[in-house]
Ligand binder design. Structure first.
Ligand code: NOJ
Length: 568
């Protein structure tokens, strides 16, 4: 190592989030205390002992700010008011304080790309072109006698443009008609957004998830989509002004909180883009949450039916390549964000592994080991730690997610029957992963006294109460895994993926004299990995059921996983 690197290395101050182990709470579905069937802040407060008992040190909570609730908090009416649906301002402050008192960090969601159409800024903007808030949003005139300025579609259906009621212009909404995009080219808007962050930093918030931030640089020439009609997002993602916008915001919040963690949601970011976004020189975000981790076997999909809502198994070969690339590229700065599932995705062990009774526990445990002991920051989505499965809809009309009805109709046209179509939707629609938290095996699963807002599963064994009592449960396994993840070897150790066949997944972590070997079987068949004979059963610090070791031959059960650690 040359002197300059050595110096840089010694100087590098390890940021708190490099050791973060994040628990994601979807507040609607976590715990209801007032009987309206929707989770609330007091519910989170009630479960703080539980959250702390997991061993996590950071909590990310999906939006609880005032919203029209058409997109569950992402359609913002006020960036600084707590939505009464979840509690009072005082409840919000109590929650922040209580988490801090327990030494935990808190990350809030920051939907900075759009507001609700009920936001006062938009209501003002609607008053006409002279209104000072007009430029907080993006407007265009109709063109060529067409009903819309161009052919862009919105992510949640329909055109990306809607006409104002009392005027002739159209406003842009890349997601949904009721969620107008804000105009980041307009300096006062940018100042307001920075003020929002300062407000929450002042309240004790440690970090923010920047929702859909990759769309904040809209091409004001509004070029037509080349496919005749197509998502406006395609033409407006990852724009070149994003570094300017975000670094300006970061400079402005610096005094309020130098150690604020920014994690950006960039659904389309590959490793290269992730690096661009996270490069400290560009001063944009610290980490990226990308949806590119989960390549599926596209060749197993039926071309005659839309691909987005069609389920296909994980392409393990491609998945490994993606993981390896992210581990290598992000390695220097503590590694990438590691997650299997979130509120926008079906629950992954069920989707990509096996939910059959004999393999369900092993699948959940193996998948957690595989991903979270790599370099990087785990995000555990509430319910994952007890192996919750997806909820199952029987009527596509009850699934709010976009594209569901189109998919249903297209699939019906080519002869798919109802059960087959629903089988796919129940593994692709984002709503299936939003079921309420299974606290116990009772009628309302311990979530509420009222009528739960979402579909849910009631199951013996797959609830917190039952798993607390069972030492071999997924819950206890997660706790052990999190303890292991907190050790220096797994936080800071070097990473090396080992060559194996596609259905096996193995890697080494090394730090000074310490070494770990992590071996996983991502298949329903038993399998064997040859490992060096120096590894013995005494080195196994964590494993799931049914594995055995015979002089260098590690027999892994279906979805088996074993973690070896040598301490000197
Ligand atoms: C991403 C959020 O995770 C999702 O739930 C939301 O609908 C969109 N961004 C729009 O804000």
């Amino acid at each position: 190592m040359n002197e300059k690197n050595l110096e840089g290395d010694m100087m590098r101050h390890r940021k708190w989030w490099e050791d973060a182990i994040i628990y994601q709470i979807y507040p609607r579905s976590f715990k209801d205390t007032d009987g309206d069937g929707i989770g609330d802040i007091n519910g989170i407060l009630e479960k703080l002992d539980y959250i702390e008992s997991l061993g996590v040190n950071t909590v990310w909570i999906n939006p609880m700010i005032l919203s029209n609730q058409e997109d569950n908090g992402y359609d913002v009416i006020s960036y600084t008011k707590v939505d009464p649906l979840f509690g009072s301002e005082a409840d919000g402050e109590r929650l922040i304080r209580a988490l801090k008192d327990r030494g935990m960090r808190i990350i809030f969601d920051f939907p900075l790309n759009h507001t609700s159409d009920q936001h006062p800024w938009f209501q003002e903007a609607l008053k006409g072109p002279e209104n000072p808030y007009r430029d907080y949003y993006i407007w265009a005139n109709g063109k060529d006698n067409r009903p819309y300025p161009n052919n862009w579609t919105a992510a949640f259906g329909g055109s990306a443009w809607s006409k104002e009621l009392n005027g002739d212009q159209y406003y842009l909404h890349l997601f949904k008609q009721s969620m107008p995009d804000v105009n980041w080219d307009h300096p006062p808007l940018r100042e307001e957004m920075a003020e929002v962050l300062k407000y929450w930093i002042g309240k004790g918030i440690d970090g923010f998830r920047l929702d859909a931030f990759i769309y904040i640089d809209v091409d004001k020439d509004f070029p037509e989509h080349p496919d005749g009609t197509g998502p406006g997002q395609d033409l407006n993602e990852n724009g070149e002004k994003i570094p300017d916008h975000l670094s300006e915001m970061n400079r402005s919040i610096k005094d309020a909180g130098e150690d604020v963690f920014l994690v950006g949601e960039a659904t389309s970011a590959d490793a290269e883009l992730t690096q661009w976004y996270t490069d400290p020189e560009n001063n944009m975000v610290d980490k990226i949450i990308t949806m590119q981790y989960f390549p599926e076997k596209e060749d197993e999909k039926d071309d005659a039916v839309p691909g987005g809502k069609q389920h296909a198994p994980l392409d393990l070969k491609a998945f490994k390549e993606v993981q390896k690339t992210f581990q290598e590229q992000e390695g220097e700065a503590g590694g990438p964000v590691l997650f299997w599932t979130n509120h926008d995705m079906p629950r992954s062990p069920h989707k990509y592994g096996s939910a059959s009774p004999e393999h369900r526990d092993n699948t959940a445990k193996m998948m957690a080991v595989l991903l979270y002991l790599q370099k990087g920051i785990p995000i555990i989505y509430n319910g994952e730690e007890i192996g919750m499965k997806n909820t199952a809809f029987d009527d596509p009309g009850n699934i709010p997610d976009a594209g569901v009805m189109d998919f249903y109709q297209e699939a019906e046209k080519v002869g798919w029957d109802h059960n087959k179509i629903m089988g796919h939707l129940n593994l692709t629609a984002r709503d299936v992963g939003r079921g309420i938290m299974q606290w116990e095996d009772s009628e309302k699963v311990g979530f509420t006294d009222g009528r739960p807002w979402a579909l849910y599963n009631r199951e013996t064994k797959y609830n917190v109460e039952d798993q607390e009592k069972d030492e071999n449960s997924i819950l206890h396994f997660y706790r052990k895994l999190i303890e292991l993840k907190k050790t220096q070897l797994f936080q800071e150790g070097a990473y090396e993926m080992l060559e194996t066949k596609d259905t096996l997944y193995a890697y080494r972590r090394t730090l000074d004299d310490k070494e770990a070997l992590v071996c996983c079987n991502f298949s329903e068949e038993e399998d064997t990995i040859e490992i060096a004979e120096e590894w013995t059963s005494d080195h196994i610090v964590l494993e799931n059921d049914g594995n055995s070791l015979e002089g260098g031959r590690l027999h892994l059960s279906p979805y088996g996983a074993a973690v070896f650690v040598k301490d000197e």
